[in-house]
Design a protein around this ligand. Structure first.
Ligand code: ZN
Length: 331
């Protein structure tokens, strides 16, 4: 009877020890399970790479200021309006661009490395083209017009006929545009008049009678010497462009391409003149034009014109919307 309490004490120690083992076991199992789920979660986490980003650049919106002759007010600054779409898969195109079937490409780079962008709309077999800004910031309003047309097409994609593809090169001379919105903005960063640099009746220099004389310019070191010219030449040679408008300012009217003027381009000039009210035949200042884009395009079999806006101040948007319709529907 004496040892009974002692034995009870021993029993309770064993029971406590067994419980301790049980609890430790359960805790160990819990730990293993938690560790398992933790490791599972870690391995399921996305890899630390950034997802592909598709960036679409919307041209700037220009506000025309009637009080200033040369300097436009630009709202916002060029290149600042940007829609960035972060998507789980590459090349998800914003809806407005999708509807207009829009693609944005870079045809080449300027002397100072600025991109020469082309906005392309539609998928038809008849390719048409607008080139703006060949004379840079001196004719900044042609670039502003191109941007207005691009934004209009984003909003009204139905104006592109099913059988047409339209390319708009919004600014062929971005270095001149960046340098000055005035006479100093006309040439590229080699001092070359790009509309004198094409390999069609090319000349290094020319008789300045009746021609532009406000700053020194050259035709380049040779036909097609400039990177901006090469970009356009390559683009025209690698597409089947049927009809082309090269925009200028100001006031002289619509010039058919070709030396002498090519017949189909004359008919196109007349139709554009009728739609816009710009003079045809164009005003003859006595200047002889060499190495022009329109003459080069005609040599490639393209119906082409140089068309001048009425001033250096305005885009003449309504008139050029009519010109766009003539271009899109020209057979
Ligand atoms: Zn010009």
């Amino acid at each position: 009877m004496n040892h009974k309490p002692k034995q009870k004490k021993n029993d309770s120690i064993w029971v406590m020890f067994a419980w301790g083992l049980n609890i430790a076991g359960v805790l160990a199992i819990l730990l293993v399970v938690l560790a398992y789920f933790y490791l599972q979660n870690v391995s399921a986490a996305p890899p630390p790479t950034t997802r592909p980003i598709f960036t679409i650049t919307v041209p700037p919106t220009y506000t025309q200021d009637p009080a200033s002759l040369w300097l436009p007010t630009i709202t916002p600054n060029p290149r600042s309006t940007m829609i960035v779409v972060q998507s789980p898969t590459p090349f998800v195109i914003p809806n407005f661009a999708m509807q207009a079937n829009a693609r944005i490409s870079v045809a080449g780079y300027s002397v100072s490395g600025r991109p020469i962008e082309v906005y392309t709309f539609g998928n038809g077999e008849k390719e048409k083209m607008i080139v703006a800004g060949i004379h840079g910031g001196y004719e900044w309003n042609t670039i502003a017009l191109a941007d207005e047309l691009i934004q209009y097409i984003f909003q009204h994609p139905e104006i592109i006929p099913r059988d047409v593809t339209l390319h708009i090169m919004r600014n062929m001379n971005p270095d001149g545009d960046a340098r000055d919105h005035g006479v100093d903005g006309r040439v590229n960063d080699h001092g070359v008049d790009l509309n004198r640099n094409f390999p069609a009746n090319w000349a290094k220099t020319w008789d300045r009678n009746g021609c532009w004389v406000l700053t020194p310019t050259t035709g380049g070191t040779g036909p097609g010497s400039e990177p901006e010219t090469k970009a356009v030449m390559y683009f025209l040679q690698s597409h089947k462009i049927e009809t082309l408008i090269s925009y200028h300012s100001a006031a002289l009217g619509v010039f058919p391409g070709g030396v002498p003027w090519e017949e189909e381009s004359i008919q196109f000039s007349k139709a554009l003149s009728k739609a816009t009210g710009y003079p045809y035949p164009p005003i003859d200042t006595g200047c002889v034009y060499t190495g022009t884009l329109a003459d080069y395009a005609v040599e490639l079999g393209i119906t082409a014109v140089d068309m001048e806006l009425s001033t250096h101040k305005y885009t003449d948007f309504e008139r050029n919307l009519k010109a766009l319709e003539v271009l899109l529907n020209w057979e």
